[in-house]
Write a protein that binds this ligand. Structure first.
Ligand code: RB5
Length: 145
């Protein structure tokens, strides 16, 4: 069963709760693991971005979704895990291109920011878009290290 790891700080906590419910109701074929945080109490985001990045890297074929207030900090933390490609998306287009071209294994979203498409659609697009295996994209992904 394909696994999805979730992580957030307090700024993304509420959105993470909604994402978890959405996944349970719409993606029964996926097993979801929430790596924290566990409340809306203020807490530093780097540990959660790192935890999701490391879990995804260790579990081949799995994906991750990270959330903080802006989606920026926790996305940077996930991207610091070597081999992880995390895309910050507030549109389905960015989620799709992040998967297709960049082979992103982790999606980042900002719980306190504006979405230009419904977050449900962004999540769905990220989870259902395959990585484009064209040589030019694979070559560029390899150059990311
Ligand atoms: C927390 O206040 C906020 O800085 C954090 O959630 C995130 O937006 C950082 O990038």
């Amino acid at each position: 069963m394909k696994k999805i790891y979730l992580g957030s700080d307090h700024g993304g906590f509420e959105l993470k709760q909604k994402v978890k419910k959405y996944l349970a109701e719409n993606f029964a074929g996926f097993s979801v693991e929430d790596l924290g945080c566990d409340s809306a109490e203020s807490i530093d985001y780097p540990q959660f971005g790192r935890a999701v990045g490391e879990a995804v890297l260790a579990d081949k074929g799995s994906l991750g979704i990270v959330m903080c207030g802006s989606g920026v900090g926790i996305g940077i933390a996930a991207n610091k895990v070597r081999g992880i490609r995390c895309v910050l998306a507030n549109t389905t287009e960015l989620a799709r291109l992040g998967r297709q071209h960049n082979g992103a294994q982790v999606l980042s979203m900002g719980g306190r920011t504006q979405f230009f498409d419904p977050w449900e659609e962004i999540v769905k697009t990220f989870l259902t878009t395959e990585v484009d295996q064209a040589e030019r994209h694979e070559r560029r992904r390899c150059q990311l290290g």
